[in-house]
Write a protein that binds this ligand. Structure first.
Ligand code: SF4
Ligand code: SF4
Length: 151
């Protein structure tokens, strides 16, 4: 059996930088409930329009507004945070997978791309993290209905 293709090292790289944490409708509801806020108040305080979708704002430190020595909303975090590093691009493009190994120390370089893809697809399916029919889902999420390369 292959080793684990990914295990988070809690370095926080993926919580830094402006934009990119786009929220599905389900994410918005879940985060608002996690923070004990009404949906409107949550949206006003913590989100902004990004590329025609709704994204989390950054704090003054340039990190996600919820990053405080780790994810401050971990049980309620958005689907893109749950799905990383098994993003669509990293599952269909071996070069992308190689590039993210510099960025994310949780990606195991000893595990082959084929096993990364196999484990990632299973993880996303088991956890309901594919974009599929959700029209508002971030493009980073895998469309599991699209055929895999070479198939
Ligand atoms: S960059 Fe990778 S190892 Fe670091 S916190 Fe994000 S998922 Fe975890
Ligand atoms: S919600 Fe949590 S995991 Fe996602 S970017 Fe913000 S701090 Fe990081």
């Amino acid at each position: 059996m292959a080793d684990e293709a990914f295990a988070c090292r809690m370095c926080g790289h993926c919580c830094q930088g402006q934009g990119g944490i786009l929220l599905t409708d389900k994410d918005q509801t879940r985060l608002a409930a996690h923070l004990n806020l009404g949906l409107e108040e949550f949206l006003t305080r913590y989100t902004e329009p990004q590329d025609g979708k709704i994204g989390l704002v950054c704090g003054p430190d340039g990190c996600c507004v919820f990053f405080k020595e780790g994810c401050g909303v971990h049980p309620g975090r958005p689907d893109v945070c749950r799905a990383w590093p098994f993003f669509h691009g990293n599952l269909v493009d071996e070069t992308s997978w190689k590039l993210i190994q510099d960025y994310c120390p949780g990606v195991n370089p000893e595990v082959s791309f084929v096993d990364f893809v196999r484990q990632g697809r299973r993880y996303l399916k088991d956890n309901g993290l594919c974009r599929d029919d959700r029209g508002n889902a971030p493009n980073a999420l895998l469309d599991s209905k699209k055929p895999e390369k070479g198939s």
